[in-house]
Every structure is written in C-alpha cells, then in structure tokens.
Design a protein around this ligand. Sequence first.
Ligand code: SER
Length: 310
Amino acid sequence: MQKAKILVLGSNGQIGTVLCKALQDRYGLDQVICTDIREPKVQRGIFHMVNILDVEKVAQLIDDYKINTIYHLAAILSANGEKNPAFTWKINHDGLLTIFNLAVEKKITRVFYPSSIAIYGPSTPKQNTLQHSSFEPSTVYGISKLTGELWADYYYRRYGLDVRSVRYPGVIGWQSVPEGGTTDYAVEIYHAALKDKHYNCFLAEHTKLPMIYMDDVIRATIELMEADSTSLSIRTSYNLAGMSFTPKEIYESIKKYIPDFTINYQPDFRQKIAESWTETIDDREAREDWNWKPNFDLDSMTQDMLAHLK
Ligand code: SER
C-alpha cells in the first residue's frame, strides 16, 4: 500500500483532536494535514483553516500535499442540529457530497466518514440492534448521517471510492469535549465530579445509551482504515459497540472513587432524542470482518478518565 498522506477535515472537534495526534504519531507529523473552521487550541504539525463547503480550497490542499486519504469528521451533532436543521443539512449532507465528489475527481484512495447511533429511531429495536434494522431517525443529524451512509455505499459501488465508516456510539474521552451532542453528559459528568462534586444531568436517570471510550474509538477507526479492502462486507457503515450504561450507572461508577459526588436529573429537549436511539448494539460484522473488539468497560473507563482529569 502507498504511504498514507492524510487530510483531516474537522480536526479540532472532540474526535478530530485526538485522532489527528494518533495519525501523526503513527504515520509521521508531516503526513497529516489538519483542517478546521477554527484555529486549534494547541497546534501540532500542519494546520489550515478550511470550511468544508469551500471546494476550491479543499481541492487546492489535496493537490498541494498530494493527499491520498481523507478523514471527513466535520459535522454538526444531534442537539445543536435541531436548532438549525437547514444549516445542519448543508454542512452534514451537502458538505459530505462535496468531499465525496472531490475524492472521486482527485482519485483519493481511501475516505473515512463517521456515522452515528443517531441513525436509529423509534422504530429500531432497542436491544442488540442489528446491522440491518429499521432506520427512521428523528433528528436532522440522524437523517443526514443515514443519508451519508447510503451515499458512501453508492460511491463505492458506482465509482469504486473506498469509503469506510462506523456508527460511533456516544464518545467519551478526557482529551477533548464534545459540542452539541445528546451523549455529551457522559463527558461533562467527569469534569463536574472533580470540579464541583455535583452534576445536573440533562438526561433522566434510566436512559440507557451505547457509548465508547476514546481509546477504543481511535483504535477502531485506524484498524478499519488499515483493514484489507476484500475483508469488508459493509460499505454503508459498521455497527460498533463499546459499552452501554445509564446516567445512574455512570454516576455510581464515579461515586466509587469520589464518595461525596452528588447528582440530580433535569431532563431537557435532549431526553426525547436519547429515547429515540437504541440501548445496546450487535456489532458482529465489525468483529468478523476486521476483528473489532473494545477494550474498555464502564469501570475501566471511569478509572482512566479520573486519573487523567485529576
Ligand atoms: N454523540 C452524538 C450526539 O450525541 C451521537 O453520535 O449527537
């Protein structure tokens, strides 16, 4: 395989921040071109300010750096998306098509596009949700991610574009914070536990959701991108499971280490979004096709989060 020369779109987001560093460590600092609409808090390696809708600028970077691999992470998440559906569609959907078309034109060899548990909706079975299930998402974010999955499959079949994708669960890590998602509470709660010893949770206590620790997210992403193309049977997006828990369970996990930590529950509009998603995921295709296996459960994640955030 030729050496990866990587363009990351959305490098300052919750996942981008950590993924860029991992890609730089793995492939070399100069092999990774990070881009975002905002300046990074800490700059490491090569960075350019880019709006993904600015096709010419993205095309120029692909040419200038002889890019052969793209990680397209830029998107507006579920809760923020509901505040401006039309703009969210423009970024999440139109932005994606712009990148897919450029990738075909520029003969990019591999593209990563994250989907999400937000593609599931009220008609999806909540337990051990299968790869092929009923998908009727109720948020604009979910609709855009599901459509993106279908486009990924279409571009693979029609143009041979090697797009790879996973449906990320809610992502939790100490290195960065999410912005505008429904699963953000599971990151906020660790910061609040250490800082205030109290957390006001915007989801109800028994709302179970699929989640995953950042270390597992980064490993899953890189393992999928490095997998042999012939072993991949899914070209929409792979179901991916880490762990599943409720606000009460994560609270209890933290309380083991911070005994005077308190919580109360004040569900807001995000509760309805969370209730439309599933609780547990069956990710057998990822396990079979590219040997996916998560390393972290709720308790090992809590220990690692608290150790780093302290
Ligand atoms: N973490 C995302 C959100 O809550 C789901 O992919 O919007």
